[in-house]
Ligand binder design. Structure first.
Ligand code: 4NP
Length: 154
């Protein structure tokens, strides 16, 4: 399984989702590949936002080595599943899809935790520490639910 996490900047939500899923995949010794990207180009080459690095670190997850890159249409062939954080990311990713097979690879990350609710991981960029903590809790639960669902062959 090859999984790509996608948000807008690739410096807050998707690097956290990437780091959390990598950590769980490694603990469970699953033969999965995990990466992340942003739909925007603003932060290409940058490490994650220092507030998200710190929030992850205080929960035992190291995302400091990750570097932002932009989502490209080639990601549709490089990955089996593309998880977006919100509806805006979804629309931006779908704009680069060229086949129905591409489109069917794209899911909201929270679909595993809250099926059929179309819920979003809120962007914490303009928020405070409690917003970063809330995103950590949500993404931690969502990545756990993702592994449970996909390893049960759903
Ligand atoms: P992310 O958060 O999409 O979770 O990485 C953001 C980071 C940067 C910006 C917006 C959202 N920005 O506008 O620079």
């Amino acid at each position: 399984m090859r999984i790509l996490m996608v948000c807008l900047g690739n410096i807050c939500r998707s690097p956290l989702a990437d780091g959390l899923l990598r950590n769980k995949v490694s603990e469970k010794q699953l033969p999965w590949m995990v990466d992340s990207a942003g739909t925007a180009a603003y932060h290409i080459g940058n490490p994650p936002d220092h507030r998200m690095i710190q929030t992850a670190k205080s929960n035992g997850i190291d995302i400091s080595e990750l570097r932002a890159r932009q989502f490209t249409s080639q990601d549709f062939t490089a990955f089996d599943r593309i998880y977006v954080m919100d509806q805006s990311n979804y629309n931006n990713v779908l704009r680069l899809a060229s086949t129905n097979a591409d489109r069917q690879k794209v899911y909201l990350l929270l679909d595993h935790l809250y099926p059929n609710k179309q819920l979003e991981v809120p962007d914490p960029y303009y928020g405070n520490q409690s917003d970063f903590d809330a995103v950590f809790t949500l993404v931690n639960e969502a990545t756990e639910a993702l592994i449970t669902d996909l390893t049960n062959d759903k």
